[in-house]
Design a protein around this ligand. Sequence first.
Ligand code: SF4
Ligand code: SF4
Length: 70
Amino acid sequence: MAKVYKWTYRVEMDKCMACAACELECRDGSIYVYDNMAYAINEEVCTRCARCYNACPVDAIVRIPNEAAV
Ligand code: SF4
Ligand code: SF4
């Protein structure tokens, strides 16, 4: 059975400057260029380590609770 995390990290695309800081921090290869203007997170691969969340200089990465897991 797939692991159910208590939260998900997501990039708010209107805030993202495409600086790549999050991609450089991610050890799981979960972050990818979405449309050359913003990055995105592959939730299927993300291990919820928070390295990208802590690295983003403009707080474009948000943590969303997973209601199904609480
Ligand atoms: S939380 Fe960790 S694994 Fe998930 S996208 Fe961010 S850096 Fe990568
Ligand atoms: S660190 Fe923040 S601003 Fe930079 S690419 Fe990632 S989400 Fe966008």
